[in-house]
Design a protein around this ligand. Structure first.
Ligand SMILES: [Zn+2]
Length: 440
């Protein structure tokens, strides 16, 4: 097989340069943990990412990158492929891009992308450590976003810093993106790719246990609103109980989920996955008064779907399922629910197979880990689809080991953050080539 690294001979890192990069990665470990701690302490849930993005912009600048902060312009984004509709305030959202631009590249360009938005903590009393405390215990850092994915952000930044500290810089263009809304729309990544940075490859250090992503599902978020008829509980049978009806509809989606997981529906990449398609009712709101039959109920539901199915196909399937259920239902047929879409309209994505970047990454990983990395067909979505399908940059994920992401007591393994930083730094040097810092 051909050499995955296509770099002009004078820019290929020497063994001594790689050793210096390695030493810089080791020397930077404490500073990296400190940066991660700082990032985790920003409670950057949806709409509260401004402060952490300002900190990231400073860190990018300190690493010698030219920094651009780009506000999310929803009016423009809404006209672009890849956009997902929102129903939340639109102000104060921005992405941060850090660039090291080389006009006469000696190798290939690289894009590194991470998101700073985190999902809600859930009940804080269930956590062993404060969710934004960044407590370190037994080699793990605990906190919402520690794994997903502030550790990856710290690792990718320190891969660049390691070259810098070794007196070098990439001999090709490197772009770092820090985005928002990864957990609900991908609109942050969309705003970032619209800035026009197209690279030869992209890596997102999502916390996938140092596997290389080979496929990810599509994800569709839908909202179902049921309107009943309010009455006093004394005459409850005369009312139409919206909460109960919503429950019946939600339950009916289980049938759809079971059909979608059937062996004959699965592409090869997901043949052995235990339960790849998950239909999740993640939020519900309904009723007005304890002694009144509930007149309305709304719930939000997340559908995963396989590569080979588009967002449009999946919408049609959900709509057909709902129409059939309503038609056969004694009450709903006269009071049909309303179906709308807010949040994810994420197409499935499969990075190009056998891309030189993934081969090169696997080679570097294997040199340190002693064995080639496993591959991952993910049952979730990532911003890889936006970078790949909209941005035109082939993208995979490779990042640290974490646990309980989206759950309580989320953690990241600090040794794995260190190893990912080392692998990314070596990969970066060999992919882009290197030159003395400040060179022409
Ligand atoms: Zn993530």
């Amino acid at each position: 097989m051909s050499d995955p690294f296509d770099v002009r001979p004078d820019a290929r890192p020497t063994d001594a340069q790689l050793a210096a990069i390695d030493a810089a990665v080791d020397a930077g470990r404490d500073a990296r943990t400190e940066l991660l701690r700082e990032l985790v302490r920003f409670a950057s849930t949806l709409g509260r990412e401004h402060a952490v993005q300002a900190r990231v912009a400073d860190a990018f600048a300190a690493a010698g990158l030219a920094v651009e902060t780009i506000p999310l312009d929803y009016a423009d984004l809404a006209t672009r492929p890849g956009f997902s509709p929102v129903d939340w305030p639109e102000d104060g959202r921005e992405v941060v891009v850090g660039r090291h631009v080389v006009n006469e590249a000696a190798g290939r360009s690289l894009l590194l992308n991470a998101h700073v938005d985190v999902v809600p903590t859930g009940p804080e009393h269930l956590w062993r450590h404060p969710p934004f405390g960044a407590v370190v215990e037994d080699g793990r850092m605990y906190g919402r976003g520690a794994g997903d994915m502030k550790a990856g952000l710290a690792a990718m930044l320190h891969a660049v810093t390691a070259l810098h500290d070794a007196g070098l810089e990439p001999a090709s263009t490197v772009v770092l993106q820090s985005v928002v809304e990864e957990e609900c729309t991908g609109n942050g990544a969309l705003a970032a790719v619209l800035a026009g940075d197209v690279c030869d490859a992209a890596i997102i250090p999502e916390p996938f246990d140092r596997t290389i992503l080979t496929a990810q599902l599509g994800v569709l978020w839908a909202r179902v609103t049921v309107e009943g008829r309010p009455t006093h509980v004394l005459e409850a049978t005369a009312g139409v109980d919206a909460i109960r009806l919503a429950g019946e509809i939600a339950e009916s989606f289980r049938d759809l989920e079971a059909r979608m997981n059937a062996p004959e529906e699965r592409p090869a990449a997901y043949a052995d996955a235990p339960h790849p398609i998950n239909v999740n009712v993640g939020r519900i709101e309904g009723g007005e008064w304890t002694s009144s039959v509930p007149a309305s109920c709304t719930f939000d539901v997340r559908f995963g779907f396989f590569p080979g199915t588009s967002v449009a196909d999946m919408k049609a399937r959900v709509e057909a399922h709902l129409a059939r259920f309503v038609e056969a239902h004694p009450v709903l047929k006269d009071a049909p629910p309303r179906l709308t879409y807010v949040g994810f309209q994420a197409e499935p994505y499969e990075p190009p197979a056998d891309h030189p970047a993934w081969r090169g990454l696997a080679e570097v990983h294997a040199a340190f880990a002693g064995a080639p990395p496993a591959t991952l067909a993910s049952t979730a979505t990532t911003d890889a689809r936006i970078l790949g399908l909209v941005g035109g940059t082939p993208t995979t994920c490779y990042g640290p080991t974490a646990g309980s992401i989206h759950g309580v007591d989320e953690w990241v393994d600090l040794d794995s953050v260190h190893e990912v930083t080392r692998t990314l730094a070596h990969f970066l040097a060999r992919w882009t080539g290197v030159r003395p810092r400040g060179g022409a």
